[in-house]
Design a protein. Structure first.
Lengths: 345, 345
DNA sequence: CCGCTTTACTAAAGCGGTTTAGGTGATCCT
DNA sequence: AGGATCACCTAAACCGCTTTAGTAAAGCGG
């Protein structure tokens, strides 16, 4: 009742194990009649090569690993990941590769990295100086970084977060907003340190804000979820101290802010303008449609996969230039209205 | 420069390979001093057990496979998958399992199934009589089905699609709609056959419609994407022959319909009511917010994973009763307005 | 001081494939 | 006829780990 092995097929067909192996991997080395017989016997017996045995012997598994910065239940709550997987998937399927999701197991990514039987890794949001990078180095598996700092020796795929963020902030400033709130992405992993992405976006926001004469800015950290956005809105100062514009580092949080604002009786964008980041598909369909910074997520996945596959083929590759971002102006932002006279002055 | 193996560690520490293996897997079998020494040497050398070798020897890989009915780029375009992964992920991480995505490679799921080094499979939308089921049988790997027909010998996790669809159709009928369009899910895989899910939903719609006296119904197939919804709307009869209510089997398609309708100058829900299916998170934030059939997607993933893990532990499990669905009435449906008098009669 | 259990460790046999290095005949060439 | 070539197939080593069976030394009761 146990699994059919190559030896079973060999003896059933009256040939050596080698012949069976050849039948599948080097058919031209076999005579037509034996080839046919072996294949038929193999099929009749329902033989399928044991993947692990094959991987051990050939030193390749036909799988690439995606290193997740956080638990799957967190990271998949953000549509960003689904988009990225589309890009990765295209290339992987083209090259007959399957995709292994590698989240931190038992709190540690390192352990998970060791367990993973893969030919290459794509890492999301890991800093070049994170300790797991050293583990990767030691195992010596080709790796491509996404949303990291292009420091180390690994090819890195990035978008121009800074410019995107700058454009977003500039947009609000141009509309006359002076008191802004920034919803910072939470640090991935345990460390307090911001992710490279968050740091770059923050730099972009701040450079625009400072360039406009440094009006007041209220910062707070918000996870990448609608409910985090709701909480963020509720943590904002109320009344006349409420920021008139919100720069969210994710669309999800931005949607949460809009929703909470509307629930509090405010009108978006008239009472409060909101800008997201990422331009996930649903941003076009929200109420009101979200003004946000577009980044080519699917393309990012495609490029990362392409790079990784090339590295796996032994080619050496350089980090491409960061992909460009662009501000998509929809309905969640408008010019700052004068404060209602009777209420303020 | 090649990978450091257990033999390297053994000789460096002056012990046998067995001792090194014990150090990691049966530490209690070793004396304290040797244990420490071995572990230290292993760490210094940066030793990590080769996953495939380990898998071959232990006959378990610490990985579960998710069988996708279609290419990753298609299936991840539907937020449904992301939701499901959240549920799967929770359980998998709890049990230190990683997740392998197994889409059809080179057009064939069967080939991909063989390649996959996993301890169990979760299959999405596969019919019990699909040929790949036989492959699964032969390999003899524990398997749990999601969105299938509970026929075979496999545990199956389902939701009550029929009741959900019935409620959706009944809702439109109760609002006075008589001429409805149904957007049928496309067949997964190549065969013409409907997926079990599509069949059940259709049955639910039709039973309600027939129960109300069989008004006219316009059916057409629409993929699970916004653009498919757009195309579907455009394929509907125009003018007075246009259905006043649309039953979409997915939220994505429903959103596409709403968007296309609005682009065509219609008001949703006043001119046309739209009901989705699934209640993916974004449905709450669309404009107008989508009336849809809620199904507990994350829970579905959790339960499937739990069942699979139990099966992998040798326990025998039964299919649970289908999870219940419920109609979530939001803003995309309203009672049928009388046809403008001057235009019709 | 002897047999008996424990403790601490090892040799070697798998796990199920791939691949290298031949070994047959049969065919070809001169 | 005899060596070279070729087409076809096989024995055995190897991939890197786990695990069974077993050994040597130490502990121990009598």
């Amino acid at each position: 009742m146990s699994r059919v092995t190559i030896a079973d097929v060999a003896s059933a067909a009256g040939v050596s194990k080698t012949a069976v192996s050849f039948a599948f991997n080097n058919p031209e080395k076999l005579g037509t009649t034996t080839l046919e017989r072996v294949l038929r016997v193999a099929h009749d017996l329902g033989y399928a090569p044991h993947p692990a045995a094959r991987a051990l012997s050939t030193r390749r598994s036909g799988t690439i690993g995606v290193l997740m910065p956080q638990r799957l239940s967190i990271v998949f709550a953000n549509p960003f990941l689904g988009e990225l997987m589309q890009g990765l998937g295209e290339l992987c399927e083209e090259h007959d590769l399957t995709v292994l999701l590698v989240p931190p197991l038992d709190g540690s990514l390192e352990g998970a990295i060791r367990q993973a039987s893969v030919d290459g890794f794509i890492s999301l949001g890991l800093n070049p100086d994170d300790p797991e990078m050293e583990t990767l180095n030691r195992i010596g598996i080709p790796t491509v970084l996404i949303d990291s700092d292009a420091a180390g020796s690994y090819p890195t795929v990035n978008v121009d977060d800074t410019a995107g963020a700058h454009a977003a902030a500039q947009h609000l400033l141009d509309l006359g907003h002076r008191y802004l709130a920034v919803l910072v992405l939470p640090p991935a992993r345990d460390h307090v340190q911001h992710t490279p992405t968050a740091a770059r976006r923050m730099a972009g926001y701040l450079s625009a804000i400072e360039g406009a004469g440094a009006p007041a800015t209220f910062q707070l950290t918000a996870g990448i979820s609608v409910s985090a956005g709701v909480r963020a809105f509720e943590a904002l100062p109320k009344g006349e101290h409420r920021p008139t514009g919100v720069l969210a580092m994710s669309d999800m949080a931005a949607i949460g802010v809009m929703s909470a604002a509307q629930a509090a009786g405010l009108r978006v964008p008239d009472d409060i303008s909101v800008v997201g980041f990422d331009d996930i598909p649903m941003s076009a369909w929200t109420n009101p449609a979200l003004t946000t910074v577009h980044q080519p997520i699917v393309e990012k996945g495609r490029i990362a996969a392409r790079l990784l596959i090339q590295r796996m083929q032994g080619k050496s590759v350089d980090s491409p230039v960061p992909l460009s971002t662009s501000l998509v102006i929809r309905q969640s932002t408008t010019s700052r209205k004068e404060v209602v006279v009777g209420r303020n002055v």
